[in-house]
Design a protein around this ligand. Structure first.
Ligand SMILES: Cc1cc2nc3c(=O)[nH]c(=O)nc-3n(C[C@H](O)[C@H](O)[C@H](O)COP(=O)(O)O)c2cc1C
Length: 139
């Protein structure tokens, strides 16, 4: 089954409470491990930027669940493509909190020094996530 990468951006809703993030990560890591999905999730208290990589059918299934989740809204796909290898293979879902989304990194990959993932191309979003990966501890 073809290896696929999907990157999307979304906006938090009021249904996403402070404890929700832990719940999201626990559910993500459980399902993703079972489905051999790997990836990274960055979050700045307003927007999510997530990359999922794995078999096309499993990535599609996970995205469908995620898309229907009421804890976020305005879910927009930035990139969806077949890939020849994974880049986040060490993480069932690596997590990057706000503190790592520095002004320097934001200005490098978007037109602003704040985290504005809706303004990013798929290629910029991917490059930014690769940059963030450098400081991520393995799962
Ligand atoms: C921003 C965000 C990212 C998520 N990422 C994943 C993910 O990578 N994998 C996953 O299985 N669920 C993810 N979820 C959770 C799913 O939407 C859904 O709640 C979960 O898969 C259902 O798990 P359960 O049936 O075990 O309760 C995410 C939710 C949000 C809001």
């Amino acid at each position: 089954m073809y290896l696929t990468r999907l990157i999307y951006v979304s906006t938090i809703t009021q249904l996403c409470r402070p404890e929700s993030l832990d719940e999201i990560l626990i559910a993500s890591r459980k399902h993703n491990e079972e489905d051999h999905i790997t990836g990274i999730l960055s979050f700045d208290e307003q927007y999510f930027l997530q990359c999922l990589e794995g078999s096309r059918s499993k990535v599609n299934e996970a995205y469908s669940r995620i898309h229907n989740d009421k804890r976020h809204t305005n879910v927009i796909i930035l990139d969806y493509e077949e890939i020849s290898s994974r880049v986040f293979g060490d993480w069932s879902m690596g997590y990057v909190p706000k503190s790592k989304l520095t002004a320097l990194l934001n200005i490098q990959f978007s037109g602003s020094d704040s985290f504005t993932p809706y303004e990013m191309s798929g290629a910029s979003a991917f490059q930014m996530l690769l940059e963030l990966k450098k400081n991520l501890p393995s799962d």
